[in-house]
Design a protein around this ligand. Structure first.
Ligand code: SF4
Length: 235
């Protein structure tokens, strides 16, 4: 997959990832959830497939999340769309000028990102939102292939949570970019410089806007706005 996915146009990469079946446990889970459906979405079709990146094809800002939510993106087919994490994220992106609308509820709602693209580290919804290490490794070629296509435009990467942070560092290392040694520690507001052949990219750490963080006050709206606002200013 690593060799096949590299170098294809972005729309073809999106098409290829959307039919990937490389992780048996995740394929079962994404399709089971799509079949049984949450009661409140019983009348809606579910996407039930991998979630491609979404947003600008030439982004200055790249937002790297963990994995689609079972009844969020796995339902709507668009990353971070239709779940509580996405509610927080899109509201903040709109406040800092990186999204045209404050909400993102379904794939035809008119939402658009400004100079920004979102990707998931693991492209299929995992049980309990926890992919295994083997699943993360199996999916890694997809984000590497996408980064390889986007990197000439990207100036800032916002990593949501430590898994997104580590995946970003691993992916850039795999692409031959200079990554600080020792590995920079993830934290909210942490910054690191990724050194490329022609330009540098600033990596920003941001707590994931999961309910675990937003309900407990670990992540507040001003905290999220501060990191995404910094990304908007650096682009
Ligand atoms: Fe394919 Fe990634 Fe989904 Fe695994 S998680 S089936 S590698 S798209």
């Amino acid at each position: 997959m690593r060799r096949l996915a590299r170098g294809v146009p972005l729309d073809e990469l999106d098409a290829r990832v959307s039919v990937c079946r490389a992780c048996p446990r995740l394929v079962r889970w994404r399709e089971d959830v799509a079949e049984t459906k949450r009661a409140s979405y019983a009348g809606e079709p579910y996407w039930g497939r991998p979630i491609p990146g979404w947003g600008s094809p030439t982004p200055a800002v790249l937002v790297v999340g963990l994995a689609p939510a079972a009844n969020g993106a796995n339902r709507t087919g668009r990353v971070f769309t239709g779940d509580r994490s996405g509610d927080w994220l899109f509201a903040s992106l709109h406040r800092v000028g990186l999204a045209t609308q404050p909400t993102s509820v379904h794939a035809a709602d008119g939402q658009a990102l400004v100079d920004t693209r979102m990707v998931a580290t693991v492209r299929c919804a995992p049980p309990q939102n926890k992919p295994t290490t083997a699943e993360r490794d199996t999916c890694a070629p997809w984000i590497e292939a996408e980064l390889a296509l986007l990197v000439e435009h990207v100036r800032v990467v916002v990593a949501l949570g430590s898994i997104g942070w580590d995946a970003t560092l691993r992916s850039f290392r795999a692409l031959g970019w200079g990554v600080p040694v020792p590995k920079p520690r993830f934290g909210h507001g942490a910054e690191a410089t990724l050194t490329g052949p022609e330009h540098d990219i600033t990596l920003l750490g941001c707590y994931h806007p999961s309910q675990q963080n937003t309900f407990t006050g670990k992540l507040t709206e001003p905290m999220l706005d501060a990191v995404l606002g910094r990304a908007a200013a650096l682009r």
